[in-house]
Design a protein around this ligand. Structure first.
Ligand code: C5P
Length: 218
């Protein structure tokens, strides 16, 4: 039977987390940000100075990995790392960590445990394909690379940074390529996902569309 869970997958910078959070609040459901989990794992790997080739060290780190999400805040062993996981360093360093099969196994298990009770909107790359294949509603959110880089640029500027468009675009392309071509859980739409191109839509339009889609096929 279908799980009461809305899976929102798609490439970086498409606005999945903002969209997912808004959809959850409209429906009165909970929201899980799986990208934040991979980012937090990458931060833990970085802080431990761990080389991913050190498999015993990785096992120890994963065994003690204490992640939590409360509202919009993300915690690593009780420390609020919400800002730290959005740094450029973590954004670059997350690619090899999220491509690691063992890291994915551990995080996917945590995600399934969280999603098993209650109603959730979950965003990521592999939610509809791997983590929750029986989700009742699967959205694959896309937008042109330029539209996504433009949004990301505005976001960084709003944080007081001075990003360069070409660099934002190149960094995004590198991440898209890595996420789509990796061996484990590559980014791709589930066969039963509905693709929504948000290039020319506002955030409100995207949220309205997903809520309406869900209400039509609950
Ligand atoms: O969505 P966000 O950009 O925060 O995700 C950070 C990174 O985590 C992505 O670049 C991707 O490599 C990885 N990720 C993943 N699977 C997910 C969510 C995120 O591999 N379900």
């Amino acid at each position: 039977s279908a799980l009461s869970l809305i899976a929102i997958d798609g490439p970086s910078g498409v606005g999945k987390s903002t969209t997912a959070r808004r959809v959850a609040s409209r429906l009165g459901w909970q929201y899980l940000d799986t990208g934040a989990m991979y980012r937090t794992a990458a931060l833990a790997v970085h802080r431990a100075g761990l080389d991913l080739a050190d498999r015993a060290g990785l096992e120890r780190l994963l065994a003690g990995l204490d992640l939590a999400q409360e509202g919009t805040r993300i915690f690593l062993a009780g420390e609020d790392v919400s800002e730290a996981i959005r740094s450029q360093d973590v954004t670059r360093g997350v690619t090899p960590v999220s491509a690691d099969a063992r890291v994915r196994e551990v995080l996917v298990e945590q995600q399934r445990r969280i999603g098993a009770s209650g109603r959730w909107v979950v965003d990521g790359r592999d939610i509809g394909t791997v983590v929750f294949p029986t989700a009742c509603c699967k959205i694959f959110l896309t937008a042109s690379p330029e539209a996504r880089a433009r949004r990301r640029l505005l976001e960084l500027e709003a944080k007081g940074q001075s990003p360069v468009f070409a660099e934002v675009l190149a960094d995004q392309r590198r991440r898209d390529e890595a996420d789509s071509t990796r061996a484990v859980a590559p980014l791709r739409p589930a066969e039963d996902a509905t693709t929504l191109d948000s290039s020319d839509l506002t955030l409100d339009e995207v949220v309205d569309w997903i809520v309406a889609r869900h209400q039509a096929h609950p």
